[in-house]
Design a protein around this ligand. Structure first.
Ligand code: 5AD
Ligand code: SF4
Length: 476
């Protein structure tokens, strides 16, 4: 296509994998004359990249489609057209039903079809309603354009990198195994190439993504299977990459090798998202989580042993069918024992097609609301305590952007806390030791200790391996 550039607007709902996918869709369409716009009203193609995980997330899509239909009518009155696409997990789950419910939609395609997007858009241009939600036998990762240097540059110092997709666990509340399919891992070389491109574009921190990322088992060039711990070591060798995170993990996939990586690889950030969902063994069983609370505590103890400065975050669902007051009390007790630095909490949302939807004893909304409020209050207390415990410590902070006021900069601690400091913008991109002096609203205030990256971190630039003290919280 060699016409004037068309404008693409992608609205992303849901998890970080959707954020990553949206960028890849933009990359796939760029050679076909579509350039991104930040203004939906200016777009020729609007794609809603949707989330199906809870009912609310799904329903948002249909109200947005109503607004887009009106926008298209206004447009047509002006003689200009608008193409509307629905991608992501709602597209995968609902398929043709979307076009039936929202006839303005031109294009419905699931997460396995993104590499075919240019072809699908071309078909829709010819007036066809396109619905593509097959799970193809071929590997979509072989076809997706790797993150582009120049595009990534504009996206900053931190980047997501999908290494794994899908889930074989089948928790009884969850749609992911149905919308994202079975577990697949990207090949090691593909991941490394993409990471090198990102590093060359200035990225310092990678967050490896997967619905069950710690189940990663990618093949290396010799056809050998590599687990996530080993992959992290390989990524840390890339010049420029100083920090690695991964999300989301299942407790049962915390392998010995991955725990060793937490012990031996300072670039692996000491902040782990390890959802448990409930603190009641009865409910864990009904959720098909495949482990007990005791096993969860044991796994955490091993990881904390390997990396004593590690902080945890988690996911919780309140009001799963059959959850009693006593079950909920068990959840509060688990939270009191683990003391999460932060956590995501959800009211159980019945998802059609999952086993949970057929369970008796669905819980009243009022009970869910009450339990959620109690749980949130407890976690907020722990989050504040954790922030307070950072005061007086020197933490390595990735300086990311100018601050709110002139002469200030903002960055992130190893624990993803926002940190504000006095300092010149030339420091952006460095990881500097920062003494935490106060806790603010959802952020920390710090003072830069030295304005040059310590050797330990610069060493990480040359060979990726840093001495054991680097990256760890120092001080009090
Ligand atoms: N209802 C509520 N929360 C859910 N999650 C997944 N499915 C549901 C559901 N049906 C939550 C889990 C998961 C997170 C991504 O979303 O806590 O870890
Ligand atoms: Fe869903 Fe995670 Fe359970 Fe897989 S492990 S079914 S993605 S909650």
């Amino acid at each position: 296509m060699t016409q004037a550039p068309k404008k693409l607007f992608i609205k992303t709902y849901g998890c970080q994998m959707n954020v990553y996918d949206s960028d890849r869709m933009a990359d796939a369409l760029a050679p076909h004359g579509y350039e991104p716009t930040a203004d939906m009203l200016d777009a020729d193609l609007v794609v809603l990249n949707t989330c199906h995980i809870r009912e609310k997330a799904s329903e948002k899509v249909f109200s947005e489609l109503g607004r887009l239909r009106d926008l298209r009518e206004e447009r047509r009155a002006e003689g200009r057209d608008l193409m509307i696409g629905v991608a992501g997990c709602v597209a995968q789950a609902e398929g043709e039903e979307i076009v039936r419910r929202a006839p303005a939609v031109d294009l419905v395609f699931g997460p396995q079809s993104y590499h075919r997007l240019p072809e699908l858009v071309a078909r829709a241009h010819n007036g066809a309603k396109v619905v593509d939600t097959e799970f193809p036998a071929e590997d979509k990762f072989d076809h997706l354009p790797a993150a582009k240097k120049e595009v990534t540059l504009a996206r900053g110092l931190t980047a997501f990198l999908t290494v794994q997709e899908g889930c074989d666990k089948f928790c009884t509340f969850c749609v992911v195994p149905y919308t994202r399919g079975t577990e697949t891992s990207r090949k090691v070389e593909q991941v490394l190439t993409e990471a090198r491109n990102l590093a060359a574009a200035g990225v310092r921190e990678l967050t490896l993504l997967g619905q069950n990322v710690n189940a990663y088992h990618g093949l290396d060039a010799a056809g050998r299977s590599m687990d996530l711990g080993e992959l992290c070591f390989r990524l840390a060798e890339i010049p420029g990459i100083a920090r690695i995170r991964y999300t989301t993990s299942h407790p049962l996939d915390m392998s010995d090798a991955l725990i060793e990586a937490h012990r031996d690889l300072p670039a692996l950030m000491p902040y782990l998202h390890l959802p448990v969902q409930s603190g009641s063994d009865r409910i864990l069983k009904a959720m098909n989580r495949r482990h007990t609370t005791r096993q969860y505590h044991e796994i955490i103890a091993r990881i904390r042993d390997a990396r004593p400065d590690l902080a945890l975050s988690g996911d919780f669902i309140v009001g799963f069918p059959g959850e009693t007051d006593a079950d909920f009390e068990d959840t509060l007790n688990l939270v009191r024992t683990v003391r999460y630095a932060s956590a995501f909490t959800f009211k159980y949302s019945m998802r059609p097609g999952t086993p949970g939807a057929d369970l008796p004893d669905q819980i009243d909304e009022a009970v869910k609301v009450d339990r959620l409020a109690q749980l949130n209050a407890l976690i907020a207390e722990h989050t504040r305590d954790f922030a307070q415990s950072c005061v007086g410590k020197v933490l390595p902070v990735l300086i990311e952007k100018p601050g709110r006021n002139a002469g200030q900069v903002g960055g992130r601690s190893p624990y993803l806390q926002a940190v504000h400091m006095d300092g010149p913008t030339r420091l952006i991109g460095q990881i500097l030791p920062v003494r935490i002096v106060a806790v603010g609203n959802n952020s920390l205030k710090g003072e830069i200790v030295t304005e040059s990256e310590p050797n330990s971190v610069s060493l990480g630039l040359s060979d990726g391996r840093t001495p054991p003290s680097a990256g760890a919280a120092q001080g009090a």
